[in-house]
Design a binder for this molecule. Sequence first.
Ligand code: ZN
Length: 84
Amino acid sequence: MTTFIHKYKCRFCDLHFSTFSWLNDKPNPHCPECGQTESFIHWIEETEAQIFQFIPGKAKLIEVEGELIDLEAAKQAVESGELP
Ligand SMILES: [Zn+2]
């Protein structure tokens, strides 16, 4: 399934952030740092990869509903078909 990655740079506070969507709709972002909704530089990319592959840094664990999940185990579960 194609995932659209909307990448933004806030033109007020210079924060860079990304949002992910399965729809190529027109996004209506707000800056998570300063809250403004008016002025962004916006890039869009498409990928067929799983969203969890874009976790920044060297994070090893993810939290889902309060439960820590091992990222490598999650990747293997998707590759083996255990998880969608
Ligand atoms: Zn901002």
